[in-house]
Ligand binder design. Structure first.
Ligand SMILES: [Zn+2]
Length: 308
């Protein structure tokens, strides 16, 4: 490069650009060499098929590296937050969501045209789903802990307990959590008329949409109690599915729906936004306890909305 040019501003910029390009090329070839290690002869000898394979291998290696990085971060977070073991990484989300039908014995009349009611998502993999209800306790540690641990969960919110601090759940949504419907006032729905149920469910749909910009696709009736009017009302205002739960988590124990008192692939776990004033521990205590159960049994927590 002529000296005259290198002295100019433009020359320096060009040199920096060339150096940057060289660095990218070097890094690129290093990655390619690593990812295609043992896959065949020198690059120049390969046809388009081999190059395509090398590309796929590179993508796979990049994914493996990302998973490893994630798991390293999760292990550090587990230590920081005092978890007994590092939570397991969930498999990639399914390309196609499973077809969900209403659990046997949970149907109402005309169920075929209603949103499905279920306690377990039909999957083969050892994943479970974590759902947290109501919204009374608004612990900032929970937000930090779950982000650090990279554990997905879904929130089912009742207006009467979140209305003193909507912003907390906005922060939750900003961290990738989906907010769903758990009625305005947490009433026993089968005791209400269709019109009153519709107000409880559909007014909360409107409120959540107005507040958080998304209309919730999921609805959970308080106490898990519903009748035909509940599902009709929910259907009328855009509810797609009604996930109940297979197990309920507390800071000191689990309660099980099934006779075998165990987790199963696709089980939905329910717990609540509650503080030490309401039960035996803080939200982080609760997460430590439920994650110990989940991890000890060899399950990973996956994101409900990836499957439903
Ligand atoms: Zn509730």
């Amino acid at each position: 490069m002529p000296a005259k040019l290198t002295r100019s501003r433009r020359g320096r910029a060009q040199r920096r650009a060339v150096a940057a390009a060289l660095l990218v090329a070097l890094l690129g070839s290093a990655c390619a060499a690593e990812s295609t290690d043992g896959a065949g002869g020198p690059k120049a000898d390969r046809g388009p098929e081999a190059r395509k394979e090398a590309g796929a291998a590179g993508a796979l290696a990049a994914r493996a590296a990302r998973i490893k990085r994630d798991q390293t971060a999760r292990a550090a977070a587990a230590k920081k937050w005092g978890l007994a073991r590092t939570p397991l990484a969930a498999p990639p989300p399914p390309a196609v969501k499973p077809k969900i039908t209403t659990r046997k014995g949970f149907e109402v009349e005309g169920q075929e045209s209603m949103p499905p009611v279920f306690t377990t998502v039909p999957v083969k993999e050892k994943v479970v789903f974590l759902t947290i209800d109501d919204g009374a306790e608004k612990d900032p540690d929970l937000l930090r802990m779950m982000s650090d641990l990279r554990i997905p969960y879904s929130a089912f919110l009742s207006d009467y307990v979140i209305n003193d601090n909507y912003a907390y759940f906005q922060r939750m949504q900003d961290r990738g959590v989906s907010l769903h419907n758990h009625t305005l006032n947490h009433r026993y729905l089968p005791g209400l008329s269709y019109a009153a149920q519709k107000r409880e469910i559909c007014d909360q749909q409107d409120k959540l949409e107005k507040r958080y910009g998304k209309r919730p696709p999921l609805f959970r009736p308080p106490y898990g109690n519903y009748n035909r009017d509940t599902l009709r009302a929910a259907r009328s205002c855009g509810v797609k599915a009604v996930p109940l739960w297979a197990a309920e988590a507390f800071p000191d124990h689990m309660e099980w729906r099934e006779w075998d008192r165990d987790l199963h692939p696709g089980d939905i776990i329910l717990t609540h936004f509650r503080g030490s004033d309401e039960w035996k521990g803080s939200m982080p205590d609760l997460i430590r306890k439920v994650m110990k159960t989940v991890t000890d049994k060899g399950y990973a927590v996956a994101k409900l909305e990836d499957y439903v």
